[in-house]
Design a protein around this ligand. Structure first.
Ligand SMILES: *[C@@H]1O[C@H](CO)[C@@H](O)[C@H](O)[C@H]1NC(C)=O
Ligand SMILES: *[C@@H]1O[C@H](CO)[C@@H](O)[C@H](O)[C@H]1NC(C)=O
Ligand SMILES: *[C@@H]1O[C@H](CO)[C@@H](O)[C@H](O)[C@H]1NC(C)=O
Ligand SMILES: *[C@@H]1O[C@H](CO)[C@@H](O)[C@H](O)[C@H]1NC(C)=O
Length: 200
């Protein structure tokens, strides 16, 4: 099965592939498409580079989990461009590291000072679906088990199993998961993925 966001992530996926044992690891980041179908609950300690991005859609609403993101360095976090597309400048965004729950009170909350979308991001084709957020203050990458993600320079081989993790939908059209979940999906070629998802 090919997960649409893996196709959409193109360059982002490349960036996110971490060396974790025998399987590649990526994160299903985009909302609302992000899905962790048939996943199992996992502790954030297994994916210590994963953060929950939260913001308020209106002045009076509360902070909601909107997307997953990964820690690239002490002060830079990477997500999809879709996550922040059209978000009014000045919107307060929080990055929550070391959290197991999507909207619980656990985790380390760090305000985001600014962000930038890839200049070639195209909302229709979803090409260049990548954005970088700069944190207000640096994360201490030696505390609370928080780590930056490992980067692989090359695409993973077709047929290899990748581990995806996040707080996405647990079934097609179903509710988002409260706890962090992971699932395994096979890597397919871009051609095969485009064929499966050409109606998108
Ligand atoms: C989820 O698991 C069910 C039951 O094992 C299976 O029928 C279904 O194809 C799986 N869905 C995906 C997307 O892997
Ligand atoms: C978390 O989200 C669930 C469902 O979306 C909601 O019922 C619950 O009240 C939320 N918890 C907090 C602390 O906001
Ligand atoms: C983004 O935030 C960082 C850290 O606060 C700051 O150094 C930088 O100047 C900001 N960049 C822009 C374009 O505002
Ligand atoms: C990060 O945390 C470690 C362990 O608690 C501490 O020794 C170190 O000084 C901290 N680094 C920064 C930059 O705060």
């Amino acid at each position: 099965m090919c997960i649409r966001e893996l196709q959409m992530m193109g360059p982002l996926l490349l960036l996110l592939l971490a060396a974790t044992g025998s399987s590649a690891s990526a994160s299903a980041l985009a909302q609302p498409e992000a899905r962790i179908i048939n996943g199992t609950t996992v502790d954030i300690g297994r994916h210590p580079y994963l953060v929950s991005l939260r913001y308020r859609r209106t002045e009076t609403s509360s902070y909601m989990h909107e997307c997953g993101a990964v820690i690239y360095s002490e002060q830079a976090v990477v997500t999809t461009a879709q996550c922040l597309w059209n978000l009014p400048e000045g919107t307060k965004v929080l990055a929550v590291a070391a959290a197991n729950t999507r909207n619980g009170s656990d985790g380390l909350v760090v305000p985001v000072s600014n962000w930038t979308l890839h200049p070639s991001f195209d909302y229709i084709s979803v090409d260049y679906d990548i954005a970088v957020l700069i944190l207000d203050s640096p994360l201490n990458l030696t505390r609370f088990g928080v780590r930056s993600i490992g980067i692989r320079p090359q695409r993973p081989a077709v047929g290899r199993l990748a581990t995806i993790a996040g707080w996405g939908y647990r079934e097609e059209g179903g509710p988002s998961s409260y706890r962090l979940e992971q699932a395994q999906v096979p890597i397919v070629s871009s051609e095969q993925c485009n064929q499966i998802y050409r109606h998108w």
